[in-house]
Write a new protein. Structure first.
Length: 365
């Protein structure tokens, strides 16, 4: 083989090798591209999972922060409510020498006196109610008790059982006295707290604190419990019409529900104690009920303080029943304290429809 032929053959073989390499190179990229695509899809799934995990963690953290913030606001509202109640109590124990100034501190509206105290961010409303506006469990007669039971939606057989049990307990002949062993038979028993009523036959928590029940017309409605209308602290048989709820007024003999509502509407803007208002309602109270009514305050008050953050729906309420008496060291005695309390709809309405907040100035300004 000549040199020329040898060189020509070598060039051909070299060309063939390059052609094979080129073909191999062209076949390899599709496999690498497929692998890269699978890796990209896997990475996208991992990123999606991490995003969902991060979103869930973020949502959990936000929820925890909201709960912590609400809890902190609730604690602040609680202590502000306590402070507002104490401020109102101080003003009651040590009233202003000027009657008009004292009256302006506790304006009367809608069956209660009102007291407001504010800070830059918080508002506290204190409702002051005379306990004589309720029926005293230790002094009420059978008629008052029965009519009250009816007004709170308790069926007649159950009402009869409850009233009979209360009367037996008061006379020392009831099951309550025999169970606790503290009241000998035949000796008059005085209820010292509303919670004692839960020991009376026929009284359940629903009857005591309210529940949804069917009325005589067959329609279901929310009935408030007896706890909203009875007391053991006024030590009076008479009911103060300035502070009594419609259910209590309608329990008076000869007074129907419509008459009770008319009396409540009449006192919406002005106390019934004024001569003008006394004359206006004189014909609404029959003689048999007049002996059971009064306009004089008992000096035993229920103070319900509700505090809230301005522009917030959060509300916290506390309640205390206090007796004002100069013989006590501090001029008063706290008969009972409720750290958690749910006010009536009427009081809540006042806390949510306050006068313009800008017009309420912090104490001392």
């Amino acid at each position: 083989m000549s040199a020329i032929e040898l060189v020509t053959r070598l060039h051909q073989e070299n060309g063939n090798c390059r052609q094979r390499e080129s073909q191999a190179t062209r076949r390899t990229p599709p496999r690498r591209s497929s692998q890269r695509g699978m890796i990209l899809i896997a990475l996208l799934w991992i990123l999606a999972a991490l995003s969902l995990l991060a979103l869930n963690l973020s949502s959990t953290v936000r929820g925890e922060l909201n709960v912590a913030s609400a809890s902190m606001q609730g604690e602040k509202a609680y202590f502000f409510a306590r402070g507002g109640l104490e401020a109102a109590l101080y003003q009651l124990v040590y009233p202003s020498a000027d009657p008009e100034k004292q009256k302006s501190r506790f304006p009367y509206r809608d069956g209660m006196n009102h007291f407001w105290i504010t800070s830059d961010d918080w508002v506290c409303h204190v409702a002051v109610q005379d306990e004589a506006g309720k029926i005293d469990l230790n002094f009420a007669n059978e008629t008052l008790l029965k009519r009250l039971m009816q007004n709170t939606g308790i069926e007649e057989p159950q009402a009869e059982t409850i009233v009979e049990s209360i009367l037996r307990c008061r006379e020392g002949n009831g099951s309550q006295g025999s169970r606790d062993g503290e009241t000998p038979a035949g000796k008059r028993h005085l209820f010292s707290s509303l919670e004692e009523l839960l020991l009376v036959d026929g009284i359940s928590r629903e009857v005591m604190y309210g529940a949804v029940r069917k009325g005589r017309d067959g329609e279901a409605r929310l009935y408030r419990g007896l706890a909203d209308f009875i007391t053991v602290y006024s030590e009076k048989a008479q009911i103060n019409l300035n502070y009594a709820e419609p259910e209590v007024i309608a329990a008076l003999p000869g007074v129907d529900r419509q008459t009770a509502e008319n009396i409540v509407n009449a006192r919406a803007e002005e106390s019934l104690s004024t001569s003008r208002m006394s004359q206006q309602i004189a014909g609404l109270i029959p003689g048999e009920a007049a002996a059971l009514t009064t306009m004089d305050q008992s000096r035993v008050y229920s103070l319900i303080a509700t505090a809230f953050l301005k522009n917030s729906k959060l509300r916290t309420s506390v309640r205390s029943v206090v007796k004002l008496d100069g013989t006590f060291k501090w001029g008063h005695s706290k008969l009972i304290w409720y750290d958690e309390y749910w006010p009536s709809e009427r009081i809540l309405t006042w806390t949510m429809t306050l006068p313009a907040l800008d017009s309420l100035k912090p104490v001392g300004t």
